[in-house]
Write a protein that binds this ligand. Sequence first.
Ligand SMILES: [Zn+2]
Length: 317
Amino acid sequence: MIVRQFTCRGITSQLCPRLTEPRTWVRQDMARPSSDLAAFREVFSKAKHVAILTGAGVSAESGVPTFRGEGGFWRKWQAQDLATPGAFSQNPSRVWEFYHYRREVMLSKSPNPAHKAIADCEARLRKQGRSVTVITQNIDELHHRAGSTNVLEIHGSLFKTRCMSCGHVAVNYKSPICAALEGKGAPDPNTSDAQIPPHELPRCEQGSCNGLLRPHVVWFGETLDSDILTRVEEELDCCDLCLVVGTSSIVYPAAMFAPQVAAKGVPVAEFNMEETPATMRFRFHFHGPCGSTLPPALARHDTELIVCTFTTLLCLS
Ligand SMILES: [Zn+2]
């Protein structure tokens, strides 16, 4: 039931930055969250259903650009300029160049220790009859590539397409995605638009449809997939431990989900670079790059924990 109130009125996409203003929050527990690793591991060892919310911070540690914030430009635009239905209808060639570039960039990126720790944790706990569900706003599939199988991609995927005519969603790892985009998509601000005619952009291959394809991602101003949200709701209803990794708790989706889980008394542990007013509502907070803080927290046993902690100390020194 946790997210039903949001699903009913329709959640807009990642570009709805603050669904909950910090000033409206009521601090239920003024005690600072703990950064006691042993205490977290004690809670973790007993959890049967672990929900892990992940965001841009996890991808950033793999070098995945976000095209947002200071310096985050593709040519002279940022994501919020191009990742919109309006931008696509006005200039599908430019938007496809942008996404083609992002797809190609991902070929050179790899999962980092945070992705791997989450995937290893899922595999290990599954053998024990326990579950791990990743709820991610990232569209780069790095969780899948790390080995996670139970992943809810609430913002879609760079590697899926959706037909503008028939609505068919397809997995697509072609490189380039179509011949006309080969060698296109350069991010340099002096690069001219390729101005590819629509009939040469990616087209639907379902029967004789041939409709124009778009990336199957949630664009700014669009609503999230209700089926995915229903599954998120189910996971958050049954989880007995929630991790917030690489996303601040004032930015969607953690702003919606994690505080409500915490309000039920379920332990929430945050792993990110910053504290927010919501942090005070959580049981744990581990400050730093999640590629350093998460592996020791989710380590299999004490020997692995010692190795992870030693590696973390090396990284931080
Ligand atoms: Zn189609």
